[in-house]
Design a protein around this ligand. Structure first.
Ligand SMILES: Nc1ncnc2c1ncn2[C@@H]1O[C@H](COP(=O)(O)OP(=O)(O)OP(=O)(O)O)[C@@H](O)[C@H]1O
Length: 348
């Protein structure tokens, strides 16, 4: 049994114009001790997916269909009480902004001790205080500052305190939603290394949600690429970065600096993801894909198994056999250059 099995999950938001299909038919599994990165541009449903797992969707959000099985039990069928019991102890979340997750009226120590005492009622005050000290040291904070209020901490310290709190109960699953975006690059690196070390010690699994491909390369075993609420491609991190098949993954990869090829031109994928209230039929990426055909605009792609990758593109096999040089070229992704080239070709 996998630690987490998400099957055909649909999470919608009620809006005045109708339901926004933020997560639409997403399936994946996460094994014990494994780290899975969820990547994709802003608005593709990453945070919604995490919130539905930990059970903190806003009022407008609801699970329309599908299952989220954690250690075999379907979270979508649990009562609020059952889910509250799992929170922090079994599943914890490092949120995008620590300021929104820490309570401003309690000291950091009070908040961590409260979480420990709620979930482990037998724990005495001395023991919980020891855990706080230990967690502060682990994340590189001075334990003497545990009696400060969140506003007395800098942004980076708050993020560390949030991480200390998320790890204090040694959860089986950590959901890290852009855990380091608010921090500078050096701090980001330190914190990511720290999380990985702690995670190795307590043997938990992690879902790392980010738009930053380099964060995933550093921390994850596997990657799920999401586009407009759907899975575009999924598989081992090495394969996703070295030989992806989905044009969206190829474009996304080229939009970030590559440590191995620092001189490579960065490209930006022209256009924006589609509206999720009335999403297009066919492949959701078709409108921005330089290789799209009428079939892509009409027919939704099924999963293709390409080596160890699960790729939702009609032309995954053609990418492998003939289209890869075209898909890999920065020119392909530049509308103006491609248009100029087409024009030149027409004029010859
Ligand atoms: N409370 C809400 N009500 C209505 N629509 C929402 C709500 N929250 C999110 N959405 C919509 O759901 C879609 C997915 O949003 P989500 O925040 O999950 O994406 P994301 O990939 O995590 O983006 P980001 O990286 O910016 O956080 C977006 O189109 C967003 O506008």
């Amino acid at each position: 049994m996998s630690l987490l099995e998400v099957e055909d999950l649909e999470v919608y938001y009620e809006t005045e114009e109708g339901p926004a299909q933020a997560v639409d038919g997403v399936s994946f599994t996460l094994e014990e001790g494994e780290n899975l990165g969820i990547v994709g541009e802003s608005g593709c449903g990453k945070t919604t997916l995490a919130k539905s797992i930990i059970g903190i969707l806003p009022d407008a959000g609801y699970v329309n269909n599908g299952e989220i099985r954690f250690q075999g039990d379907d979270l979508t069928q649990m009562t609020d009480r059952q889910r509250r019991r799992l929170k922090w102890e079994e599943i914890s979340m490092i949120a995008q902004s620590a300021m929104n997750s820490l309570d401003p009226v309690y000291t950091i120590r009070e908040q961590i001790v409260e979480a420990i005492e709620t979930h482990r009622p037998g724990t005495g005050r001395v023991e919980s205080t020891e855990i706080v000290t230990e967690m502060f040291e682990l994340v590189g904070l001075d334990p003497d500052r545990a009696d400060d209020y969140p506003h007395q901490f800098s942004g980076g310290m708050r993020q560390r305190a949030m991480i200390a709190m998320s790890l204090a109960l040694e959860p089986s699953l950590i959901l890290a939603d852009e855990p380091t975006t608010a921090l500078d690059v050096i701090m980001q690196d330190q914190i990511l290394k720290r999380i990985s070390q702690i995670q190795d010690e307590i043997r938990s699994s992690m879902l790392v949600i980010t738009h930053d491909v380099s964060v995933v390369a550093e921390t994850c075993d596997r990657v799920l690429v999401m586009y407009a609420g759907k899975v575009a491609e999924e598989g081992p991190v090495e394969e996703i970065f070295n030989k992806p098949y989905h044009p969206y993954t190829i474009g996304l990869k080229r939009a970030f600096p590559n440590i191995r090829q620092p001189d490579q031109d960065l490209l930006s994928i022209e256009g924006y993801p589609p509206e999720l209230i009335d999403p297009p039929t066919g492949c959701r990426f078709a409108e921005r894909c330089p290789m799209a055909t009428d079939r892509c605009r009409e027919e939704e792609p099924e999963a293709h198994q390409m080596n160890e990758l699960r790729t939702y593109c009609h032309y995954a096999e053609d990418i492998d056999t003939e289209l890869r040089p075209y898909a890999d070229s920065a020119e392909t992704w530049s509308e103006t250059e491609a248009a100029q080239k087409a024009q030149q070709a027409g004029g010859d």
